[in-house]
Design a protein around this ligand. Structure first.
Ligand SMILES: [Zn+2]
Ligand SMILES: [Zn+2]
Length: 111
């Protein structure tokens, strides 16, 4: 997904715009059309963003955390870490189980 800071919207594909930059007057001729990708609303710049499965928001960067089995942004990860030792124990548990006999209580989500 992509995010436009000006419009504060996310969109799946940037729109391709074309701009005629042909010089005024005939100086050796030919038209020069420049193509560029921009926000579908304002045609401005955008940045690529990724869905954080924890907070459901689009962030500039997310990472996959096996212990949570989801993609998370830094904020959510930090929040989880701040929530205490429980999480750290869970991480160890998952890692141990991962090596041995697979994840405990594996939840199967339909995508
Ligand atoms: Zn925009
Ligand atoms: Zn998040």
């Amino acid at each position: 997904m992509y995010y436009c800071k000006s419009c504060k919207i996310t969109f799946e594909e940037p729109k391709r715009f074309s701009e005629d930059r042909s010089p005024y007057g005939e100086k050796g001729g030919g038209s020069f059309v420049e193509y560029y990708d921009g926000c579908p609303i304002c045609s401005g710049g955008f940045e690529e963003v990724y869905l954080c499965e924890e907070c459901g928001e689009y962030k500039e960067s997310v990472e996959y955390y096996p212990f949570a089995n989801e993609y998370m942004c830094d904020d959510c990860y930090e929040k989880m870490m701040e929530d205490g030792e429980l999480v750290e124990n869970q991480i160890e548990e998952v890692i141990n189980n991962d090596v041995g006999r697979g994840l405990p209580n594996e939840e199967r989500e339909e995508i």
